[in-house]
Write a protein that binds this ligand. Structure first.
Ligand code: KIV
Ligand code: ZN
Length: 433
């Protein structure tokens, strides 16, 4: 059973942000089945999509972008399968992406017929290069023809398609590479349309479609929007970081401190190019600071197996919180400190362990792999393994002497030695001799 407390969603009325620490979890939205999927060498088929969807629900995502139904028949069929086969838990809202183009928005609404609740997420680019070379439109034309007309169309189609609780989302795509004033003008134009009737909650999603700048700059941009948007009340401010500079997690965290209420990302950072922001990373960073993320990673290996199956991509052995090696310590001084801290630890103590930022047990990982021995290790690790695996409690002087014997072996082979190898060396050296 999970140790996580239930998720307390962000209370928009009780906002104290921007702040210097994150004191509560954001609203999480998984885009694994859309941004993640569109970046795969082999996009997911129905079986892989279903496994991903079910796992995201089990983890506790309440908002899941399930596809881009106007762009792909597979995505359209998948949305239909979720709705027609009644596979969406009552507390989960599905989200679908559409570009700002009338026939594609129409098709998106067709995909959603019969949904209990849905977020229609539309986007158009705001960067100058897109205005110039792709749209060939002035700023005013972009706002009128792309932002306003499609916000109106979405509002109208939602009114016509009754029986679904609609939420609307707008992304000024390439926000991170555009003029702030212009991004704000597009957002203000959209929220003016949508908030004319208060019936539908609105999400404004600010993407670093390409991560161009250091994380503080992205966060400053988000903060500027947070402070200057014409309508902020009742608007859920979402962020959508990518990871081109390898700083997606930092950008996401800073942007949440700067006014973001919600974050979109993928498990273990799958997604276009270098990926979307890794939502597991953000969630467990919060957890390690004492803030329950409201997402359940108490069996992180199972999540990883499912993600590797669905994405057909491996997770790196040093990937934060989940990689094979992240609860492993090779260095002698680290091993010694960990061994002492484990021995001093009592039931109910808070987690205060040198070199291990989080208790591996909380993620369903075990301590067994913590102590590993190679030529970089010292006596502490060797003594720990012999005691843990063979019940052998060596006096300190023998530890020092025996570790030199083991070191000769590891220096000669350059390889790791397991508890069994160490026992065999000990046996040969002291018991058989
Ligand atoms: O990265 C991006 O800009 C997107 C948008 C469509 C939200 O994925
Ligand atoms: Zn994206």
């Amino acid at each position: 059973a999970s140790k996580y407390r239930p998720f307390a969603p962000v209370n928009l009325k009780d906002r104290t942000w921007p702040d210097q620490v994150i004191t509560r979890p954001p609203v999480w939205c998984s885009v694994d089945l859309r941004d993640g999927n569109q970046a795969l060498i082999e996009p997911m088929d129905r079986t892989r999509k279903l496994r991903m969807f079910e796992m995201l629900c089990r983890i506790g995502f309440k908002e899941i972008e399930v596809g881009f139904p106007s762009a792909s028949q597979t995505d359209f069929d998948f949305v239909r399968c979720l709705i027609e086969e009644d596979r969406i838990p009552k507390d989960v809202t599905i989200q679908v992406l559409t570009p700002a183009r009338e026939p594609l928005i129409q098709r998106t609404f067709e995909a959603l017929v019969g949904a209990r609740r849905a977020i229609v997420h539309y986007y158009h680019a705001v960067a100058p290069v897109m205005r110039r070379v792709v749209f060939n439109l002035s700023k005013a034309e972009v706002i009128q023809q792309l932002s306003v007309e499609h916000a109106k169309l979405i509002q109208q189609l939602a009114r016509e398609q009754k029986g679904t609780e609609w939420m609307f989302e707008f992304s000024p795509e390439m926000f991170s590479g555009a003029e702030l004033e212009f991004s704000k003008d597009t957002v203000d134009a959209v929220t003016e349309v949508w908030q004319s009737s208060k019936a539908n909650p609105c999400i404004i999603n600010l993407p670093s479609t390409v991560e161009h700048s250091t994380p503080n700059i992205f966060a400053d941009m988000v903060e500027w929007m947070h402070r200057n948007l014409k309508r902020r009340d009742g608007i859920i401010l979402s962020i959508h970081p990518h990871n081109d500079r390898g700083t997606g997690t930092a950008a996401g965290e800073f942007a949440l401190m700067a006014g973001g209420d919600r974050i979109e990302g993928c498990l273990f950072g799958n997604g276009e190019r270098t990926g979307n922001v890794d939502v597991v990373n953000i969630a467990l960073n919060l957890y390690s600071q004492g803030v329950h993320p409201g997402l359940d990673f108490s069996d992180i290996d199972e999540v990883r197996r499912a993600v590797e199956f669905c994405n057909q991509l491996p997770v790196h052995p040093r990937h934060p919180y989940v990689g094979d090696l992240v609860f492993t310590s090779f260095s002698g001084s680290h091993q010694d400190a960990i061994k002492k801290a484990f021995s001093a630890r009592k039931e109910g103590d808070i987690w205060e362990m040198p070199y291990l930022p989080i208790d591996p047990l909380d993620l369903g990982r075990s301590y067994e792999a913590v102590i590993r021995v190679n030529s970089q290790s010292g006596k502490g690790g060797i003594a720990y393994l012999l005691e843990a695996e063979y019940g052998l409690n060596m006096p300190r002087r023998l530890q020092i002497e025996f570790s030199q014997v083991v070191q000769e072996v590891t220096d000669a082979t350059g390889k790791e030695v397991r508890a069994e190898d160490i026992w065999n060396i000990f046996d040969g050296e002291y018991l058989q001799a």
